[in-house]
Ligand binder design. Structure first.
Ligand code: HEM
Ligand SMILES: *[C@@H]1O[C@H](CO)[C@@H](O)[C@H](O)[C@H]1NC(C)=O
Ligand SMILES: *[C@@H]1O[C@H](CO)[C@@H](O)[C@H](O)[C@H]1NC(C)=O
Length: 470
């Protein structure tokens, strides 16, 4: 009985495979262009199993070695073209960006909010992006230094002499607080608690299987998302009543008016974008900060030179009885290079997804309409062609100018990360407190990586921290 079932299954899979091959052949001769090389694997299942059974890095690296800078594959039911060269990334993200739209699974769009800017293209995206950029500009974030400084200092203090902590878990608390500061400025404590608790339920369900069955993490996340809308609605209402003309993200979204002087952004759109920014800001920044703790730990000499740079600043501040300030954060060359090299090594956004909105030709290859397109940032960052000895952690490589489009930790083009300066500021401030006040030990196996979904050391880098005396 079982054997018959298996044979029938194999027969049908083979048939499907054959049909999909035929279909691809047809597509391949369109216009005299051909599909990129590569294997599509089994239909529907595609190469998803391979991708998830190996680590993604070696999956892509093997493909690239075999087929070159552009190849096709099949992931989660979608045919896609992967691109692993700086020129191709530039083509998709910058010069021909209008031919490639952002694409996310519907289940994730529903959790974040379908009006969040990163799901959109064209006018709406452009308008929202300007507002978000305003609140993340250098002029805006410089005013946040004292608050980021105190949030970071007290978070780190709470780790001292503590039991074992998960570095990533703790870093997430910092990046969440900074997200809240950027969006709302000072937010009433009860609102903040409600946001934090409900957001953490949303966060826990984000990578779970999407289903409406009650009690599942995804369903709980959807309910938490509804409560978040309600809380945000209350905050927005209160802000309007008080008519506070604040310059934070919420202020920027509330004060937006179009050419005819009309307010054009609904409260639901504001809520989606607030959740969107919190989402874009939290795990990303926290993962890189976790890697920084590891990289500095693993290289005592490097740690020493970062320490010297930061001690100097601390000494001046102690003598003048002042706190860390904006100008000082702009003059930390050693720490800054460590951040850039950490962004490269960790490449926490390994790739991104777009979808071709028309048949597109690239270097004689056809990218059919509807196919997914993935620029592979990580492969570019780890290519010996652009980064000699790519697996060595070497901040000095950032002393010389980079070739264009070879370093894209924050993406590129119309959707490039508007939060990149804020993220770097946050990391500089974290490094300042970390190296001037603490020594730390890592616990357990440190060289394995988990994807959550961004790569972080296994279990979020368990560690112990001690305050050092002065
Ligand atoms: C180290 C930390 C961060 C990294 C590595 C990072 C990386 C990225 C990347 C690669 C993209 C482009 C994605 C794509 O093209 O598909 C992006 C977009 C975005 N990031 Fe970040 N990000 C970080 C921190 C932040 C922070 C702190 C904020 C906000 C406070 C933020 C807000 C956004 C937003 C709103 C977008 C969407 C932009 C658009 O679609 O126009 N990010 N980020
Ligand atoms: C979530 O938000 C609601 C308000 O809508 C609040 O009553 C509740 O305490 C929050 N926290 C959790 C964990 O649900
Ligand atoms: C196919 O050929 C037509 C006419 O030569 C051209 O206009 C079109 O852009 C081509 N499409 C692609 C995907 O190359």
């Amino acid at each position: 009985m079982g054997e018959i079932f298996v044979s029938v299954l194999v027969f049908f899979l083979t048939l499907l495979w054959y049909i999909s091959l035929k279909k691809n052949k047809k597509e391949a001769i369109k216009n005299g262009t051909k599909l990129p090389p590569g294997s599509l694997g089994w239909p529907y299942i595609g190469e998803t199993l391979q991708l998830y059974s190996q680590d993604p890095e070696s999956f892509f690296a093997t493909k690239q070695k075999r087929y070159g800078e552009i190849f096709k594959t099949h992931i989660l039911g979608c045919p896609c073209v992967m691109l692993a060269s700086p020129e191709a990334a530039r083509f998709v993200l910058m010069t021909q960006a209008h031919l490639f739209k952002p694409t996310y699974p519907k289940s994730k769009e529903l959790l974040i909010g379908p009006s969040a800017l990163f799901f959109h293209q064209g006018d709406y995206h452009c308008r929202l992006r300007k507002l978000v950029q305003n609140s993340l500009s250098l002029d805006a974030i410089r005013t946040l230094v004292p608050d980021i400084d105190s949030v970071t200092a007290s978070a780190l203090d709470s780790w001292a002499n503590s039991v074992l902590i998960s570095t990533f878990h703790e870093m997430k608390k910092i990046s969440f607080e900074v997200g809240i500061l950027t969006i709302f400025g000072h937010l009433e404590a009860t609102y903040k608690e409600e946001l934090k608790n409900n957001y953490s339920i949303l966060d826990a369900g984000y990578n779970s299987f999407p289903t409406n069955i009650p009690g599942t993490p995804y369903k709980k996340a959807l309910s938490a998302r509804k409560r978040l809308s309600k809380i945000l609605g209350d905050i927005i209402h209160e802000r309007r009543e008080k008519r506070l003309g604040k310059k934070d993200l919420l202020g920027s979204l509330l004060n937006s008016i179009d050419d005819e002087g009309e307010v054009k952004i609904s409260d639901a759109q504001i809520a989606d974008n607030i959740i969107g920014v919190l989402f874009a800001a939290q795990d990303t920044t926290a993962s890189v900060m976790t890697w920084i703790v590891k990289y500095l730990h693993d290289q005592p000499k490097l740690l020493q030179s970062v320490k010297e740079e930061q001690e100097e600043i601390k000494k001046i501040n102690c003598e003048n009885n002042q706190e860390l300030n904006w100008v000082q954060t702009r003059n930390m060359p050693m720490s800054y290079k460590v951040i850039l090299e950490s962004l490269r090594m960790a490449s926490i956004i390994s790739f991104t997804f777009r979808e071709a909105v028309a048949d597109v030709e690239y270097k004689g290859y056809l990218i059919p309409k509807g196919w997914k397109v993935m620029p592979l940032f990580r492969n570019i960052h780890h290519s010996p062609e652009y980064f000699p000895n790519p697996h060595n952690f070497d901040p000095s490589r950032f002393e010389v100018a980079r070739k264009p489009n070879t370093f894209m930790p924050f993406g590129s083009g119309v959707h490039a990360c508007p939060g990149n300066e804020l993220a770097k500021l946050e990391m500089l401030i974290m490094i300042h407190h970390l190296v001037t006040k603490f020594r730390w030990e890592l616990v357990g196996t440190q060289n394995r990586v988990q994807h959550s979904p961004f790569p972080v050391p296994l279990q979020g880098l368990p560690a112990r921290f001690w305050k050092i005396g002065h």
